[in-house]
Structure formats: structure tokens, C-alpha cells
Design a protein around this ligand. Structure first.
Ligand SMILES: CC(C)(COP(=O)(O)OP(=O)(O)OC[C@H]1O[C@@H](n2cnc3c(N)ncnc32)[C@H](O)[C@@H]1OP(=O)(O)O)[C@@H](O)C(=O)NCCC(=O)NCCS
Length: 165
């Protein structure tokens, strides 16, 4: 059964929920972790301006109103038709199809509302669950990008998946 999740814009009041979720030590291959609650508040505060500047569009994933994850699309500022999707889900909801459904909803926004021509997902070669999400959503593996993921100063490789219009 697919859980009836929804996407809505992130709010500053989501800060505690996201901070706790993202600092789960089992989020092994996720590099964008806030260092403090204030960091997360600052990030969320900039979301509206970032949308208005066409930099990035970030959403909360909710289930019956409860915050259970986050996702977003970053727009390449030199090639505006190119977006990169990222996502995370609270651990107690893993394996229930949440990320897969969220990516499908998000790419609809990307292709239909934002008029993107190409959406990418870049995943650590060790992150098997995330690779599975990309494949289930129909993204094609295009190759290995060397030293593309910045894990707080350490540059790591990532597999590039992409879908085009
Ligand atoms: C990656 C992540 C988003 C997946 O979310 P999710 O809601 O559990 O994803 P889904 O349920 O839609 O799909 C997960 C798939 O991976 C599979 N999977 C899980 N662990 C796996 C593993 N170790 N090896 C292979 N497949 C695995 C699941 O079985 C499922 O596939 P299936 O439907 O064919 O059975 C979640 O684990 C997470 O938030 N991780 C931390 C943050 C992160 O890594 N984000 C992605 C950065 S690129």
C-alpha cells in the first residue's frame, strides 16, 4: 500500500523536526546535515528567497499532517533547465515507499511547473536504498562522478542518475 503522503513548502516551525531527523546517526550517506538547530532555522528562513531567486525549491514530506521527511530540487544556475533532486525520510518510515512517492511528486513539479528538461539524482555508491529509489522512479544511471559529494570537506564519488523530458 502506498502511504498517502503530501508535499508542502518547508516552514521555519519544522526546524526541530528536521534537525532531529537529519542528525540520526543512521543517515550515513547524507551530507547536508545541520550543525545546530540555529543552522536549520537559518536554512529554513532562506527557503522563500531561494525559491524567488529560482535557486532551490524545498518541501516537507507529511503523512496526515505529520512531518516525516524532506525533499527538494536545486536549479543549476548556469543551465536553468537542469535540476537536482535530494530527499530524506525519518527512519521509522523507511521501506514503505515514501521516498519513491516523494520523488515522483517532486519530478512532476520539476518538469511541469518549473519546466525543467533534465532532473538528476546523485547518490553515494554505498547508498543502496537511495539507488533503488532512483531506479524505481525510472532514472537512468549515467555514470560515476568522481569527488562530486562534499562530505564536510571530504570529497567522495557519486553515481549520477538522470531523467529527461
Ligand atoms: C534513502 C531513503 C531516502 C529511502 O527512503 P525510503 O522511503 O525508505 O525509500 P523507499 O521505501 O521508497 O524505497 C527504498 C528501496 O530501497 C530498498 N533498500 C533498502 N535498503 C537497501 C539495501 N541496503 N540494499 C538494497 N536495497 C535496499 C528497499 O527494499 C526499497 O526497495 P523495494 O521497494 O524494491 O523493496 C532513506 O533511507 C533515507 O532517508 N536515508 C537517509 C538519507 C539519504 O540517504 N538520502 C538520500 C541521499 S542521495
Amino acid at each position: 500500500m502506498v502511504l498517502p503522503i503530501q508535499l508542502r513548502f518547508q516552514r521555519v516551525s519544522d526546524a526541530k523536526g528536521f534537525y532531529k531527523m537529519l542528525n540520526n546517526p543512521n543517515f550515513t550517506f547524507f551530507s547536508a546535515k545541520p550543525k545546530s538547530l540555529q543552522d536549520e532555522i537559518d536554512f529554513l528562513t532562506k527557503n522563500k528567497a531561494n525559491r524567488e531567486k529560482d535557486f532551490e525549491y524545498n518541501y516537507a514530506i507529511t503523512l496526515r499532517g505529520k512531518l516525516i521527511g524532506g525533499c527538494g530540487i536545486k536549479i543549476d544556475q548556469h543551465r536553468k533547465h537542469r535540476g537536482e533532486i535530494g530527499y530524506f525520510v525519518a527512519e521509522q518510515y523507511w521501506g514503505k515507499g515514501v521516498a519513491t512517492t516523494a520523488v515522483r511528486m517532486l519530478e512532476k513539479i520539476g518538469f511541469e511547473k518549473l519546466k525543467l528538461g533534465r532532473i538528476e539524482i546523485i547518490v553515494s555508491p554505498k547508498n543502496k536504498a537511495s539507488q533503488r529509489v532512483a531506479v524505481k522512479c525510472g532514472y537512468k544511471k549515467e555514470g560515476l562522478m568522481r569527488k562530486i559529494i562534499d562530505d564536510t570537506g571530504k570529497l567522495n564519488d557519486g553515481i549520477l542518475y538522470a531523467k529527461t523530458v
